[in-house]
Each structure stands twice: as C-alpha cells, then as structure tokens.
Design a protein around this ligand. Structure first.
Ligand code: ZN
Length: 149
C-alpha cells in the first residue's frame, strides 16, 4: 500500500465513522460554516473551560473530505488550549495551501491530519478541507457564521 492509498483509507474511515459527531449539550461557543462551492455545511459546538477546549462536536453534512476533516479536527483540538487550537488552524491553512511539505506543520497537526495534504492538488477541495477549521476559528473568536466565499 503506498502512502496515497494509506491517506485515502484514513479519510474514508473518518468519513464513514466520524468522531465527535453531534452536539455538545452545554457548549458555550458555536459556529456554522458553509461552503457554497460544494454544499458542505458544518455546525460546530464547543465547550471551553478557562483557556481549554474541553469538548467539541460537529454536525451537518458534506462531502467525504469536509466530513473527514471536521472529524479529525475535533479529535485534534479536544483538550488543547484555545491558543494551541488557533495555532493548529494556522498550520492547517498553511499545510493545504503551501507547495512543499512543511515539517513544522506536520509536527503540529500530526500524521493523520497530514493525510488531507493531497487536497493541494485539487484547489476546489481545499475549501472542503478548511471549512471545519474556519468554523473552529470563528467559534473561538466569538463569531457565529462563516463561509468559505
Ligand atoms: Zn466538499
């Protein structure tokens, strides 16, 4: 199995069995994201305590890339500080828009999320991959709606 196939497996698995799907009941932050190009929708509920993201869930519907990205994002930022989550948002954006491999992005995001780096070759898909991260950023900034347009 080559790396590309392995990456596809990770994405398919997260799409089939999304982690943290649903709603955080006692969330204190939330944001909705919409990607009109593809029709992806994500509704994010986040609970922060102090400076920590203690719980996070996503709902909505979208393509495999947007669902897998939301699933991986929620897993990655749960338990992190708000500042760390914002740094990961920046690293993710850099990862999907840069041409080469950025080692510091890989350190920050982990191997699983790096499986989405393949969207770089499909510009239309970049917005699918970044949607959940934009929603996270919006929720943490206290904004409630975000669109990729
Ligand atoms: Zn999409």
């Amino acid at each position: 199995m080559d790396l590309r196939e392995l990456y596809q497996e990770v994405i398919l698995d997260h799409n089939k069995r999304p982690r943290n799907k649903g709603k955080v009941i006692n969330a204190n932050r939330h944001a909705e994201g919409y990607n009109p190009l593809c029709g992806d929708m994500v509704a994010l509920t986040v609970k922060t305590e102090g400076d920590k993201v203690t719980d996070i869930a996503f709902d909505g519907q979208g393509c495999a890339i947007s669902t897998a990205s939301a699933s991986m994002m929620t897993e990655a930022v749960k338990g992190k500080t708000v500042e760390e989550a914002e740094e990961m948002f920046k690293a993710f954006q850099k990862m999907v828009t840069s041409q080469g491999v950025e080692p510091e992005c890989e350190d920050q995001l982990g191997e699983e999320i790096m499986s989405l780096a393949g969207v770089r070759e499909h510009p239309v898909r970049i917005k699918c991959a970044t949607l959940a991260w934009h929603a996270l950023h919006a929720a943490l900034q206290g904004e409630e709606k975000v669109t990729t347009e």
